[in-house]
Design a binder for this molecule. Structure first.
Ligand code: AHG
Ligand code: MN
Ligand code: MN
Ligand code: MN
Length: 335
């Protein structure tokens, strides 16, 4: 079959034997995410026509105003995974604590936990800019048959068995890795099927885009300020182009196609950074590394950080390998 005509469903079945533990459980899990993504996509595309735009009226544990679509996307992903009795636990940006999922018979026999940012870039919904979903999957570390514990969720990113994102953009795509490279699938909305459109997705080694919320410049650490000035200097292929959507999924997706660096540093306003290690940075770092890119907290590898809390924040430098390396050089001067 021509590679371009391959569906995500076919691809998942074909790749099942590549998984380290090929029980079919991880395939069923990715299939459930595919299904939930289609439901959320349907709703996102109707924003403006149905009452889905605007604030939900509550704050999440992160101190953020939840948008209606944050809550809706969270429910869809939770329900899809819970109904299929496919995972033993889920943690979400929108929930205070992790959820323990038991089978209908009260058992705890499933092996995987999912960590999810159900709707990324939710402040962009009202203005019709692309949003996304980010997911991260681990095998539990506690014994099968017992309820999950926090320990199952607080694993370093290097333990991920799969990770990916959905971008609800000009077209909707699902991009994921199970540790054998990255593949991207585009949804044909007419028939509701994802097709393999970006096989072996790779970050260009170098790039000329830098993505950072430069409005916070005065609050940034000196290493980041110096790196920004380096990006703006007229020399060689510089100055680089500045592109920042404010939606992590969209910013990383663009940079992965065109070559670029994304930075969300610490600042005097957000001393630990803003992005969440478990729901945002680790899955993006796994994808970036699998695509030949690099992900760092400015000083070291994101995926080697031992998490200490569910909603932990970290500074994030992610993108084309050489660009992240360069940014780290600037950071190292002020270590
Ligand atoms: P979320 O919508 O899941 O809470 O994530 C928001 C994040 C991320 O998508 C984006 O890159 C970043 O916040 C933007 O933050 P600033 O508005 O501070 O630049
Ligand atoms: Mn949020
Ligand atoms: Mn997010
Ligand atoms: Mn979110």
């Amino acid at each position: 079959m021509e590679e371009r005509n391959k569906t995500l469903g076919e691809f998942i079945i074909e790749k099942q034997e590549d998984f380290k533990y090929s029980s079919g459980e991880l395939s069923r899990l990715i299939n459930s995410i595919r299904l939930a993504a289609k439901v959320v996509n349907y709703k996102v595309n109707k924003a403006g026509l149905v009452d889905i735009i605007g604030k939900f009226g509550e704050q999440n544990i992160q101190g953020e105003d939840q948008q209606k679509l944050d809550v809706y996307a969270n429910e869809i992903f939770m329900q899809t995974l819970i109904n299929r009795e496919i995972v033993c636990g889920i943690a979400s940006e929108e929930n205070d604590d992790f959820l323990t999922i038991e089978g209908n018979d009260g058992s705890h026999n499933n092996k995987y936990v999912v960590l999810i940012d159900p709707l990324d870039g939710s402040s962009n919904i009202d203005v019709n800019v692309s949003v996304g979903t980010i997911f991260s999957i681990y095998r539990r570390v506690t014994p099968v048959g017992t309820p999950v514990t926090l320990e199952d969720f607080l694993q370093p990113g290097v333990n991920q068995v799969a990770a990916g994102y959905v971008i609800y953009g000009t077209s909707t795509m699902l991009v994921y890795t199970t540790g054998n490279g990255v593949n991207g699938f585009t949804l044909n909305p007419a028939i509701g099927t994802f097709y393999l459109s970006h096989p072996n997705f790779m970050f260009p080694k170098d790039g000329n885009i830098y993505s950072i919320n430069e409005g916070n410049y005065v609050h940034f650490p000196q290493g980041v300020k110096d790196y920004i000035k380096y990006c703006q200097l007229e020399e060689g292929d510089r100055p680089y182009t500045s592109r920042y959507i404010g939606s992590l999924v969209s910013d990383i997706h663009r940079n992965m196609i065109k070559g670029g660096i994304y930075i969300y540093p610490t600042s005097s306003k957000a001393p630990k950074g803003k992005l969440r290690l478990l729901y945002e940075c680790n899955p993006m770092a796994f994808l970036a590394e699998q695509a030949g890119g690099k992900a760092s907290d400015g000083f070291g590898r994101i995926m080697e950080i031992q998490p200490t809390e569910l909603h932990q924040r970290v500074p994030f430098f992610c993108g084309s390998y050489n660009m992240v390396e360069k940014a780290e050089e600037f950071m190292a001067k002020y270590k």
